[in-house]
Design a protein around this ligand. Structure first.
Ligand code: AHR
Length: 513
C-alpha cells in the first residue's frame, strides 16, 4: 500500500511537471518599480554616418529637411517615442569643443575627428542643431561634457549657455546665436569611458576629477563615467569615494554602464548578416549574461547607497559586428537582422526587470552606426528589425514592472545552455498589462502556458509578433520588408491561463486588459 502511494505521488508529480513543462508566471498583484521611460533611450555620436547623412544633411540638400535635419528620419523615429537622446559621444565627446559648434555655420572651424575615421568634422551640427533635433523628436537631451581634453570652465560654461536664464557673457552669446530662452536640459554626462578613450584614468583619479567638475557644473542630473563592464572595483571605488562628499546626491545622480554584445571576439567580431547558429547562440548567451554582470554592479551600489539614490545608467549597449564590407572601418556601419531584434528584446527585458536601480539605457546608436534603428542611403531609408522591436516595447515606458518568471526547456548547444525564453511584464496607468516574450531558440517552437497570477479574469487579450523566415532576415533598401510587427493569434484561453505556441526565433508581446 505504502509502495502504491509513493508510486502514485511520483507519477502525479511527474505528470504535473510534464504538463507544466514550459510555464511563464506573471505576478499581477505584486507591482514593483516604475520602468523609467528613459530605459528606452538612444545615443547619437559624431561617428561615421550617424549625424551627417543620418540625422543631418544640411539645409541645401535635395533630401527633404528642416534646417538640415532629415524629415523622413524624424518622422520614423517619432513612432518610437524616443524619451532621451545622448550626444555628442561616446569617445568623440572627449575631443568635442562646444564653442566650435555654435554661431554662423560657415564660420565654424574644421577639425579632424581623430576617434572615428580621421575625417573632417565641419561642426555644422552643433548645440543648436542637436537641441532642435530633440525638439522635433519630442525627446529629452542628454549631453556628455568633455573632461579629458577640455577644462572645468568649458564644461560649466556650456551648461550655462544651454540652461541659464541669467544675464552673462555666454547667455548673451546664445541670444546672439538666435536662441533667446534657455533649453531645458536635465541630463549631463561628466565624461565618457574615462578608463579608456576618455583619458585612461583609474577609478580613484577619475572620481576626484568627477568631483571637481561636478561641483562646478550647475546641472540638474549629473552622470559619472562607469568603469569597463567587468570592472567591479571601479564601481566600488566610485561609490565609496563619492559618499565622502557631504550631500553627495547633489553632485552625482547616476553612474554610467556600457556593455556590447560581441558574437565572436573584439578582433574578429563576425558579420552582421552572414553568420551561423553558433554566432546566434553566442549573441543570445552574451546578452543574457549582461544581467548577472549588472546585478554584480547593483549589489555594490546597494551596499554603498541603500536608499537607491544614484542610478545605474546603461548609456551604451547593443550589438557590435565587423563593419559592412566596403565601408570605412572607422564608421561602424552594420546591417541589422532578426538576431538584433532578439538581442534588443533580451536587453530591454533585463533593464525592465532591474528597473529599481536602472533608470536609463541608451542603445548604440540611432542611425547608421552599430545597432541602429534606421539605415540611410542617400534619400532612401530603412527601418531595421531593432526599430520594430523598440516600437513594440514602447508600451513598457513608465509602466509598473510586474515580476515574471519562466520555467521550462533550455536552448542547448555545444557551447552552452540558456533559457529558451526571456520575459518581462508591466502594467500601465490604464490598467493594461503587457507581457513581452522572446524565444531565442532559432529552430524550436515552444508550447508554453502563460499564467497571470492574481488576475481573476482574462478579458481582452491581443498579441503581436516580430519574426522572420531566417535568423539573418533583414530589411534592405528598395526591397519589401522582411522583418516587421505582425499580429499574432496562436494562443487560446484555458482555465484562466493562456496556452501559446511560441514560434522559434520570435518576440511576442501580449496585451491583456
Ligand atoms: O559606441 C561606439 C563607442 O563605443 C563609443 O564612442 C565609446 O564610448 C564606446 O567605446
Amino acid at each position: 500500500m505504502k509502495y502504491l502511494y509513493t508510486s502514485l505521488t511520483f507519477l502525479f508529480f511527474f505528470v504535473n511537471i510534464y504538463a507544466q513543462e514550459n510555464i511563464i508566471t506573471v505576478k499581477v498583484n505584486e507591482p514593483q518599480d516604475t520602468i523609467s521611460k528613459h530605459i528606452y533611450g538612444h545615443f547619437a555620436e559624431h561617428l561615421g554616418r550617424g549625424i551627417y547623412d543620418g540625422f543631418y544633411v544640411g539645409k541645401d540638400s535635395k533630401i527633404p529637411n528642416t534646417n538640415g535635419i532629415r524629415t523622413d528620419v524624424v518622422e520614423a523615429l517619432r513612432e518610437l517615442q524616443i524619451p532621451v537622446l545622448r550626444w555628442p559621444g561616446g569617445c568623440f565627446a572627449e575631443q568635442y569643443q562646444w564653442r566650435d559648434g555654435i554661431g554662423p555655420v560657415d564660420e565654424r572651424p574644421l577639425v579632424v575627428n581623430t576617434f572615428w575615421g580621421g575625417v573632417t568634422e565641419d561642426n555644422s551640427f552643433g548645440t543648436h542643431e542637436f537641441l532642435q533635433l530633440c525638439e522635433m523628436l519630442d525627446t529629452e537631451p542628454y549631453i556628455a561634457v568633455n573632461i579629458a581634453s577640455g577644462t572645468v570652465k568649458d564644461a560649466s560654461q556650456w551648461i550655462e549657455y544651454v540652461t541659464s536664464d541669467k544675464d552673462s557673457e555666454v547667455t548673451r552669446l546664445r541670444k546672439q546665436n538666435g536662441r533667446e530662452k534657455p533649453w531645458d536640459v536635465k541630463f549631463w554626462g561628466i565624461g565618457n569611458e574615462n578608463w579608456g578613450c576618455g583619458g585612461s584614468m583609474d577609478a580613484n583619479y577619475y572620481t576626484n576629477v568627477f568631483k571637481r567638475y561636478s561641483t562646478y557644473c550647475n546641472a540638474e542630473y549629473k552622470i559619472a563615467s562607469g568603469g569597463e563592464w567587468d570592472d567591479l572595483d571601479w564601481t566600488r571605488t566610485f561609490m565609496t569615494k563619492i559618499k565622502e562628499v557631504p550631500n553627495f546626491i547633489d553632485i552625482a545622480h547616476g553612474m554610467s554602464y556600457h556593455y556590447y554584445t560581441i558574437a565572436n571576439d573584439w578582433t574578429v567580431k563576425g558579420s552582421a548578416t552572414d553568420f551561423v547558429e553558433e554566432e546566434w547562440f553566442r549573441s543570445m548567451d552574451q546578452t543574457m549574461k549582461m544581467e548577472d554582470n549588472l546585478k554584480d554592479h547593483i549589489a555594490i551600489m546597494d551596499e554603498h547607497d541603500p536608499d537607491n539614490k544614484i542610478a545605474l545608467i546603461a548609456d551604451e549597449w547593443g550589438t557590435w559586428y565587423d563593419v559592412e564590407e566596403g565601408t570605412n572601418p572607422g564608421f561602424l556601419y552594420q546591417q541589422n537582422t532578426l538576431r538584433d531584434a532578439l538581442v534588443a528584446a533580451l536587453g530591454l527585458n533585463i533593464f525592465n526587470n532591474n528597473a529599481r536601480r536602472i533608470k536609463m539605457a541608451n542603445i548604440a546608436q540611432t542611425v547608421n552606426v552599430l545597432q541602429a534603428m534606421i539605415l540611410t542611403k542617400e534619400e532612401q531609408m530603412v527601418k531595421t528589425p531593432t526599430f520594430y522591436l523598440f516600437k513594440m516595447y514602447k508600451e513598457h515606458q513608465d509602466a509598473v514592472q510586474l515580476p515574471s518568471d519562466f520555467q521550462g526547456k533550455t536552448y542547448k548547444t555545444e557551447q552552452g545552455e540558456i533559457p529558451t525564453l526571456s520575459v518581462s511584464a508591466s502594467k500601465n496607468g490604464k490598467g493594461e498589462i503587457h507581457v513581452s516574450i522572446a524565444n531565442v531558440h532559432p529552430r524550436a517552437d515552444l508550447k508554453t502556458t502563460l499564467d497571470l497570477q492574481g488576475l481573476n479574469k482574462l478579458n481582452t487579450v491581443s498579441a503581436s509578433i516580430i519574426s522572420a523566415d531566417k535568423m539573418n532576415s533583414f530589411n534592405d533598401f528598395g526591397k519589401e520588408e522582411q522583418v516587421k510587427i505582425a499580429s499574432f493569434d496562436a494562443f487560446k484561453k484555458k482555465k484562466g491561463k493562456l496556452e501559446i505556441e511560441i514560434p522559434a526565433k520570435s518576440v511576442i508581446q501580449f496585451k491583456v486588459q
